[in-house]
Design a binder for this molecule. Structure first.
Ligand code: SF4
Length: 86
C-alpha cells in the first residue's frame, strides 16, 4: 500500500463558493450538488494550494492510502507520522 499527501474536504462546511477550484493545477476539483468533490486524486500535485484559498477553513491535508500508477504529487511507501505543531 502506498500513501499520498492529499487534500481532505469538509463537505459539511463547504459553501460551494469555488474559491479553491482555480488553484487546483490538475483540475481535480468539481462542484456537485453545491459542494466540492475531488474527482482525480491520482492527478493531485500535493501542492496544498487549495488549502489556503478556502474561506471557511474546510480543506486540510492527510496521508491517505491510494493505489495508483501515477507518480504525480507526494507519495510514501509507509504512512508518515504526523508532527505535532506546538
Ligand atoms: S473554497 Fe472551501 S467552501 Fe469554497 S468550494 Fe472550495 S472547499 Fe468549498
Amino acid at each position: 500500500m502506498k500513501y499520498k499527501w492529499l487534500p481532505v474536504f469538509d463537505v459539511n462546511n463547504c459553501s460551494g463558493c469555488r474559491a479553491c477550484m482555480p488553484y487546483c493545477a490538475s483540475g481535480s476539483l468539481n462542484i456537485e450538488d453545491g459542494v466540492v468533490s475531488f474527482k482525480n486524486p491520482e492527478a493531485c500535485l500535493s501542492d496544498e494550494r487549495c488549502v489556503q484559498e478556502c474561506p471557511v477553513g474546510g480543506i486540510h491535508m492527510e496521508w491517505l492510502p491510494l493505489n495508483s500508477a501515477s507518480h504525480l504529487g507526494s507519495w510514501s511507501d509507509q504512512k508518515p507520522q504526523m508532527q505535532n505543531c506546538s
